[in-house]
Design a protein around this ligand. Structure first.
Ligand code: KDG
Ligand code: MG
Length: 408
């Protein structure tokens, strides 16, 4: 069996998805996602210029050897661009494997460990009452877990993933007005004074059963993060995410020494080596790496097993950064992983997105029911894809009030 061709598509409804399709001499094809927010053309070029020419005539069933070839063979390896490109190939090869075996991927991994997997939604508000309304809407839809972000009174700009006005749309979204980023202002003192009580008010209003998550988005110093984690302990968060910038992994020790608030980290990680120390030293509770820029299903399975040995559960990244293809790969991993925790899930379900990526993975009452179709269980409509093209966009950047550059 041979790979006879592969194509990369960049574009989509309201988003530049990077989609890989690998075709074989037996008519079976596989799909992969290499979407890397606001840098989408780079993994696409890595695939087209370097990896795809090497794939032609290879046996698609040898997904392990192909992964090792690209990873070890690159010499300058790791990094989100390369790993997103390797990840898309790996997903597509697993998709082919599942279709050849006529089995959903979760069965190839070892079978289902649960009937459905809990997901969390993003609630957001310009202020606390606006956020409470947003949470209420998700609770009414049956969500058991909600990430909560709200504007901080007196802060010059809205804050991470927060709308500028009450009732506005606040979540992180690419700004397609150009590649020059907008600037947001961050004030840690105001945030530290306001947010713990806001979280306590949310707990008081919604009761003990709701799982409450909060994302600091890498903005606190280790000392501030330790103090914040301690201050929010009575809220009993499901997790506190990215309290400090992820590069300084020793910072997590200080947080651990001062608090038992569960910590989730890893959405910007792209290899097992980024996760290794945090997992082995049991400095985190949830690992957030994504199947896309984590390099695909092959390395993620290893990370899940390593995490399982150290009481660390999964909480894979699932922001609107990812296409339904990598989300499908994560739905299969979540169905299998013995140490599954939760899945971040944003309903992309616009009619345009569903037409581009038809699938029967079903989210209901805050639980994801994985598709039983062979392979990934998601398809890609090339006629629909022809309607879209790459549009340049940007992330905001963050500065302090005096202009000092900070972490987004
Ligand atoms: O591209 C940036 C987003 O992926 C990120 O802001 C999302 O922090 C995020 C989250 O937890 O979903
Ligand atoms: Mg995050």
């Amino acid at each position: 069996m041979k790979i006879t061709g592969a194509k990369v598509f960049v574009g989509g409804p309201g988003k530049n998805y990077v989609t890989l399709k690998i075709v074989t001499d037996q008519g079976v094809y596989g799909l992969g996602d290499a979407t890397l927010n606001n840098r989408e053309t780079l993994p696409a070029a890595y695939l087209t210029d370097y990896l795809i020419p090497n794939l032609i005539d290879m046996d698609p069933r040898k997904s392990e050897d192909i992964w090792q070839l690209f990873y070890r063979g690159a010499y300058f390896r790791r990094g989100p661009i390369a790993m997103a490109a390797f990840g898309a190939i790996d997903m597509a090869l697993w998709d082919i494997k599942g279709k050849l075996a006529n089995m959903p991927l979760y069965d190839l991994f070892g079978g289902k460990s649960r009937d459905s997997a809990m997901v969390y939604a993003h609630a957001t508000g310009a202020d606390l009452p606006d956020l409470m309304d947003s949470i209420t809407r998700y609770v009414e839809q049956g969500y058991k877990a909600v990430r909560v972000q709200c504007g901080i009174p007196g802060m010059a700009t809205a804050g991470y993933a927060v709308p500028e006005e009450v009732g506005g749309k606040g979540d992180y979204m690419t700004d397609f007005s150009g590649i020059i980023p907008k600037t947001e202002i961050w004030e840690a003192d105001r945030y530290m004074r306001y947010m713990p009580q806001a979280l306590a008010d949310i707990r008081a209003k919604f009761g003990q059963e709701l799982k409450i998550l909060h994302d600091v988005h890498h903005r606190l110093s280790p000392r501030e993060a330790a103090a914040f984690s301690k201050a929010v302990e009575p809220v009993d968060l499901y997790w506190l995410e990215d309290p400090t910038p992820a590069e300084d992994q020793d910072a997590l020790r200080l947080i651990r020494q001062h608090s038992t608030t569960p910590i989730a980290i890893g959405e910007v990680f792209n290899s097992v080596w980024d996760c290794n120390k945090l997992i082995k030293n049991e400095l985190i509770d949830f690992i957030r790496i994504a199947v896309t820029y984590g390099g695909g299903i092959t390395p993620l399975k290893r990370i899940v097993d390593l995490a399982g040995m150290h009481h660390v559960r999964t909480g894979f990244h699932g922001a609107p950064s990812h296409s339904p293809i990598s989300m499908a790969a994560q739905h299969h991993l979540n169905a299998w992983a013995p140490n599954f925790g939760i899945q971040e899930y944003l309903v992309l379900g616009t009619p345009e997105c569903d037409a581009l990526f038809p699938s029967d993975h079903v989210m209901q009452n805050g639980m994801m029911h994985v598709s039983d179709a062979p392979g990934l269980g998601v398809d890609f409509d090339e006629n629909e894809a022809a309607k879209y093209e790459f549009k340049p966009g940007s992330h905001p950047i963050v500065r302090l009030q005096d202009g000092t550059m900070w972490d987004y």
